[in-house]
Design a protein around this ligand. Structure first.
Ligand SMILES: Cc1cc2nc3c(=O)[nH]c(=O)nc-3n(C[C@H](O)[C@H](O)[C@H](O)COP(=O)(O)OP(=O)(O)OC[C@H]3O[C@@H](n4cnc5c(N)ncnc54)[C@H](O)[C@@H]3O)c2cc1C
Ligand code: FES
Ligand code: FES
Length: 1265
């Protein structure tokens, strides 16, 4: 069977038998067509980097539907007759850019740019689907499945909302053109692309079969081919693979997308019919239509609920039957389709053969074990609204694109139209226990009862907790929370539906869910014209090519077809010694080429170079005792990534019986007094002078702050491609530190450093993850390439990255304070502990946390003592993560300030005011900030709001920062600037890495300014280890300044060389004339200079934030209503880039403090949150609703490069204010609940579970009056 489809308008025909049956569209686009604008990261529908648009004809309506789709989940063989659009098809430099690409770039919506093509294509799909008629709120809703770790989303949303019909967004004049026409030209022939460059397909000789039935009869005929015991799958959207990985032994793939019987829909007077494989998006469209008909008003609620399932591309392709089938196969799956349909008593049409259909209840379908059942359709009854009441709920850990903590559906049938007495009830809860759906006891209790009668309500909430017994199933939320949450949902339902006079005024808002209005932002900064283009808000140099997908990342590099793909084999028994590794089963697997372990390493088994920061060996492959769960112990090389990943699981490891007790976190080490694991590192061990006797009014207190770890979540995975060339290795590695990676590979291979040459064009997000933790992948790929003498590609899967790579240092601070009645500190002590993982490399304890602790306060040797220890645990060695150590240090002191204010019953701003370091810039900044943000007035308003609302609470949190920028490890950053005499254009190559922070743009701005040429004439080339030899790491926010300084030095040198010529030719001579004369006189037009240690001394960056939140105390969900940030960026080199850095860092901090929960199995040390399915960085609707950024003006940094300051990391520290806002809100709820006034320990992350469990809600006390 051949499959015919088009990509960007060009036809393709492929033989299905030539491709592995589970080849995805993503693999085909990237590996066979070399269309690399479509990226990938998670391969499970959770990140959006792979989104493209698919147009196909609907088998029933014959209408061509255009929908965004996750190419990582779409199987190639389901693309027959489809038209596929990728970012390349939208526009490019040669043919002109598409308006979406342009606006995203020109409205500052890219940083590292790895996510950008996915955003562009999702928007393109949305516009096509709705024929351009989309509203701003539709746009804001549509990006739940597109994650961006860099930007903080605000500029992306602005760019996308500007296409809405009701847009109020101002668009830069360069963007307001009509769609440019363009033609795709072949880079090889210069002709229109004929689509003939595809590589010959990879033959797959296994015995799997694909079928493309066009009717139910054909579908059953295909099923007839499936032998007894053979595994088969009905392929609809194939999105279930994003939830539970498909088994590998499936032999029969039956594409059901073109079976009309399974795609039909109809609206009848008494029921709706939805074919089994109607997509969730189509179902939602039908709900909107049906909701206008009597009896189907409840469909509005169904639409709202479905709008929270997965994300737009998944809903566009995922189907109802696919969803219910997941539930059938995995009873614990918290299906939203199931819970809502079961509450509505939806029946299903089931086919055993094409001519026999049965109508069954959903539950009986789930229990039916007959083989080869086809779910043909869903029958939704009419429920006249005078007789029935329906509602449903889904509570998630973040705003969108997460499965439910708990979901619920309630259907009440009234005895009569007075709507008081219950005739029957269906009360369903999901994600409690696999065997629990209906609350039978309540369903029996309610008939005949007045639903809103106080006695009924009391009975409900006495009874319900007993029957709701959630099972413990980490990483799902705790049973305790899920139990309260389920009860709260029913309570919410009662509050929302009871007649107004039966609900106490203060309780009413508890019946509502938090409603998020459209978000907006405001940015203010100054520019200094005389320095232009420095300080000018110019766009990122690479913005447009990032948005069009022309910007290439390491994995976009083509290699010859004999390249191999790699995957780690990992150890599973912590503390045990590896006795034997048997790779024979893996090596027998088709497509596997080799396996290598520690014994194959020719040089040193260490993926790090030895430096002051990394003194200890970090083994590339475990050789003796296993240090942590999933420690790599070898690498598989295979012909495809899928095979490599699978084969890695087949390697058998035998461990010696010397297993020991393991320690996986700080608290366990402290509780069990494992003193060998506690390494005192913080040097500040001053003994406090004896404090004066306690005076009247003095306050004492103590507390603990715990901040868990954070996964960096770069959108570009850890990636390295190693190509043996001549007798050296060309290494294309996504690294933030070429020198470190180069040295590590050379030492590991035992070869000279000059035989390892790196080339790094750009990196798709770093945040510290790619300083040293890119090296395991780089070294393993280099080992494979050197052994096999062929190119090796290693792209780590998300599971592998989360399991095996080090993350942020978790920490705990035990603090004690004693203050005067006005809050001024008499004594503050802080014993803090930071989780090093299995060794002390990249310690933050004394190097980064200690200097941050005094923050902006008058903390001196006479009133402050800090003691820091690293704790060694059985986990991957912790590493630097955006604002490493300093974010934690500042959070510790800010928390102490809040606690002091709480204990002294003072306003937190006043406590800070009395404790400020005299003479510090903050003495002026804080009062000004309090005034401009109307702090005091808003606090009063919030307190009033809190007294008027029992279940909704607001809070305001202030955070101050003095971020210590430490330049003491910045030894050298080389830069080469060359001028071409032919046209006067300028090129720069530097030793820093463009990771999205805009170093290239800033370098070009500096060169343009110093040389006096237009910015358009300056390019920045890829970094490499020749002109960038020995360069220090790109980290610590400082690289842009260092590189800028080195560029200025190089340009000054060039100017000096050109000066005599300029003098001679006179002021009338053009730049080109000067250069041509220089060329003829042999003036050397290349200058190489370097930043050197001490060029920029250490300095501090000041910042303030004020965060306002609103909490739903019944669910724990929150809205961030407003955030104001004032940050000191000196004379910003590029305010657009710097505002972007501030927004992005702050939102990454919001993730750290609110949503990013890592859960481990404490017995084995295994991480349980290793996917987008269960780890949740913020999405587009988690950002502040009103986000105001100001870069402090008239504020030159006397010691900074061109009076600027760094911006990459500091704002992350300001996000701690959200914890204080939460504390403010929770305290009000606790007071209402009658709890004693006590400080609540909130740390990172403070999830909805933390909120609910600390707010004192008692289910038994839930009442309407
Ligand atoms: C990132 C992500 C987030 C998600 N979030 C949620 C969420 O919040 N809530 C939620 O409820 N779901 C969620 N889902 C699940 C999603 O709804 C399902 O993946 C989707 O509905 C499955 O449909 P499909 O057509 O892609 O099924 P496929 O993957 O094509 O098939 C899945 C299974 O269904 C069987 N099947 C398909 N059609 C039929 C049929 N007609 N008769 C019998 N068997 C059939 C197949 O044999 C296969 O075993 C999420 C999924 C992803 C990827
Ligand atoms: S790679 Fe497809 S959604 Fe992440
Ligand atoms: S710009 Fe979005 S992930 Fe980097």
């Amino acid at each position: 069977m051949s499959i015919r489809f088009s990509v960007n308008g060009f036809p393709y025909e492929v033989q299905a038998a030539d491709y592995a049956p589970d080849t995805t569209l993503n693999a085909f686009l990237r590996q066979h067509l070399h269309l690399t604008a479509t990226k990938y990261m998670c391969l499970e529908g959770g990140c959006g980097s792979c989104v493209c648009v698919i147009r196909r004809r609907h088998p029933v309506t014959q209408e061509v539907q255009s929908r965004a789709a996750n190419s990582c989940l779409t199987l190639l063989n389901t693309c027959d007759d489809a038209e596929i659009m990728t970012d390349e098809g939208l526009g490019n430099q040669q043919s002109g850019y598409h308006p979406i690409q342009k606006r995203l770039a020109q409205m500052n919506g890219t940083q590292c740019g790895y996510c950008s093509p996915g955003f562009v294509m999702n928007m393109y799909g949305l516009l096509e689907q709705h024929r351009g008629q989309v509203s701003m709120s539709q746009v804001e809703d549509a990006f739940g499945g597109n994650l961006c770790r860099c930007t903080g989303y605000r500029p992306i949303l602005d760019a996308m909302k500007s296409f809405a019909v009701d847009s109020t967004i101002e668009v830069p004049p360069e963007c307001v053109d009509i769609e440019d026409s363009f033609e795709l030209l072949c880079p090889r022939t210069g002709q229109a692309c004929k689509g003939s460059c595809s590589r010959p397909p990879l033959a797959d000789h296994d015995d799997s079969h694909w079928y493309w039935p066009k009717s139910l009869a054909e579908l059953f005929s295909a099923l007839g081919q499936v032998g007894n015991g053979d595994r088969y799958i009905l392929v609809a959207g194939n999105t279930a693979h994003g939830v539970y990985r498909r088994p590998r032994d499936i032999r029969h793939f039956i594409d059901v997308n073109m079976v009309p019987e399974l795609r039909q829909t109809s609206i009848e007077a008494d029921h709706l019919l939805l074919g089994g494989n109607v997509t969730l998006t189509d179902a939602m469209q039908l709900f909107l239509l049906a909701a206008k008909r009597p009896g189907f008003e409840y469909c509005n609620q169904l639409w709202r609920h479905f709008n929270l399932i997965a994300n737009v591309p998944v809903r566009n392709n995922g189907t109802l039957a696919g969803n219910i089938s997941i539930k059938k196969q995995h009873s614990e799956f918290p299906s939203d389709v199931f819970i809502t349909f079961e509450a509505l008593d939806v029946h299903v049409l089931v086919y055993d053969n094409p001519s026999t259909q049965r109508v069954m209840t959903l539950l009986s379908y789930l229990a039916d074990t007959s083989p080869k059942l086809v779910l043909g359709g869903f029958i939704l009854k009419a429920y006249p609204k005078d007789r029935f009441l329906f509602s449903s709920y889904k509570i998630l850990p973040r705003a969108q694109n997460v499965h439910a903590y708990v979901n619920a559906g309630f259907l009440i049938e009234w005895q009569n139209i007075q709507r008081r007495i219950v005739h029957s009830a269906r009360i369903c809860f999901g994600n409690i226990r696999p065997d629990y759906v209906h609350d039978d006891e309540l369903e029996q209790l309610l008939p005949g009862k007045d639903l809103y009668d106080p006695a009924t309500v009391a009975q409900i909430f006495q009874q319900l907790p007993a029957s709701l017994q959630p099972e413990e199933r980490p990483p799902e939320a705790s049973p305790e929370y899920r139990q309260i949450l389920a009860c709260s949902l029913l309570y919410k339902f009662l509050l929302a539906t009871a007649p107004k006079d039966r609900v106490r005024e203060r309780f009413r808002s508890g019946g509502l869910l938090l409603e998020r209005p459209l978000s907006s932002g405001n940015q203010s900064f100054e520019t200094i014209k005389k320095n232009y283009p420095v300080t000018q808000p110019v766009l990122k140099l690479e913005g447009l090519i990032q948005c069009s997908g022309e910007a290439s990342y390491m994995n976009d590099l083509l290699t010859s077809s004999n390249a191999v793909y790699c995957a780690f084999v990992t150890a599973k028994r912590v503390g045990a010694s590896i006795e034997q590794i048997d790779p024979s089963a893996a090596l027998q697997c088709k497509g596997v080429v080799a396996f290598y372990s520690a014994r194959d390493i020719p040089g040193v088994n260490n993926f790090l170079t030895v430096t002051v920061q990394t003194p200890e060996v970090d083994e590339l492959f475990a050789a003796g005792q296993v240090k942590y769960y999933d420690q790599p112990l070898g690498v598989i090389a295979a012909l495809s990534q899928d095979v490599a990943v699978y084969a890695a699981t087949l390697v058998v490891v035998t461990y010696a019986r010397d297993q020991r007790r393991i320690f996986t976190n700080i608290n366990q080490v402290l509780a069990e007094k494992e003193n060998d694991r506690i390494k005192l590192l913080g040097k500040e061990e001053k003994h406090l002078p004896k404090s004066p006797p306690l005076a009247p009014g003095d306050v004492m207190g103590r507390g603990i702050l715990e901040l868990e770890s954070q996964y960096h979540f770069t959108m570009e995975p850890q990636t390295t491609i190693v190509v043996p060339l001549d007798n050296i290795f060309q290494v294309y590695c996504a690294t933030q530190w070429m020198d470190g990676t180069q040295g590590a590979i050379a030492h590991m291979l035992g070869v000279s450093v000059n035989s390892i040459q790196l080339n790094v064009k750009r990196v798709g997000g770093g945040y510290g993850a790619k300083v040293t933790r890119c090296n395991p992948v780089a070294c393993a790929a280099a080992l494979v390439a050197s052994k096999l003498k062929r190119p090796a590609r290693f792209v780590q899967t998300i599971e592998s990255m989360m399991e095996s790579n080090g993350k942020r240092w978790a920490c705990r601070s035990d603090y004690e304070f004693r203050v005067r009645a006005n809050g001024s500190i008499i004594m503050l002590t802080n014993n803090y502990y930071e989780d090093a993982g299995c060794n002390l490399n990249e310690s933050v304890v004394d190097f980064l946390t200690l200097p941050a602790l005094r923050n902006v306060y008058n903390l001196t040797d006479s009133n402050f003592r800090a003691r820091g220890s690293a704790i060694v645990t059985d986990a991957p060695s912790s590493t630097w993560c955006r604002a490493p150590g300093s974010a934690e240090g500042i959070a510790m002191t800010e928390t102490a300030m809040e606690h002091i204010a709480f204990s002294s019953q003072l306003d937190p701003a006043d406590v800070r005011l009395v404790n400020l370091q005299p003479g510090s810039k903050m003495v002026q900044l804080l009062p000004r900030f309090l005034a401009t943000t109307e702090y005091r007035k808003r606090r009063e308003q919030i307190n009033l709001f809190n007294t008027q609302n029992r279940w909704r609470k607001r809070g305001l949190g202030l955070a101050l920062m003095s971020f210590p920028l430490n330049t003491s490890i910045a030894y050298t950053y080389p830069v080469t600037v060359a001028i071409y005499h032919e046209d006067g254009s300028v090129v720069i190559s530097h030793g820093g890495i463009e990771i999205g922070q805009g170093v290239n743009t800033k370098a070009a701005q500096v060169a343009a300014f110093v040389l006096g040429v237009p910015l358009e004439q300056v390019r920045v080339e890829a970094s490499n280890t020749v002109s960038g030899a020995n360069s220090m790491l790109t980290a610590n926010s400082m690289t842009s300044e260092m590189i800028g300084l080195a560029v200025r030095k190089a340009c000054d040198t060039l100017n000096k060389r050109l000066e005599p010529l300029k003098q001679r030719l006179g002021s009338q001579a053009t730049w080109l004339q000067v250069l041509q004369a220089a060329y003829l006189e042999s003036v050397f037009l290349i200058a190489t200079e370097s930043y050197k240690l001490g060029d920029i001394p250490n300095y501090n960056i000041f910042g303030l934030s004020l965060t306002e939140v609103e909490l739903d105390i019944l669910t724990g969900n929150h809205l961030i209503r407003r955030v104001d940030i004032l940050e000191d960026a000196g004379e910003s080199l590029n305010p657009l880039i710097d505002v972007g850095q501030v927004e992005g860092a702050f939102v990454m901090g919001l993730g750290y403090y609110l949503t990013e929960l890592l859960i481990y199995d404490r017995q084995t040390g295994r991480i349980l949150t290793n996917r987008t399915w269960n780890y949740h960085p913020p999405g587009a609707k988690d950002i502040p609703i009103d986000f105001r950024i100001e870069l402090l003006q008239k504020n030159p940094n006397p010691v900074g490069f061109m009076r600027s300051k760094a911006t990459g990391e500091p704002a992350l520290c300001l996000a701690v204010g959200v914890l204080f806002a939460m504390q403010h809100a929770i305290q009000s709820a606790r007071a209402d609940a009658g709890l004693p006034r006590e400080w609540v320990r909130l740390g990172a992350p403070t999830t909805p579970e933390t909120v609910v469990l600390n707010s004192g809600s008692q289910v038994e006390a839930f009442a309407l009056q």
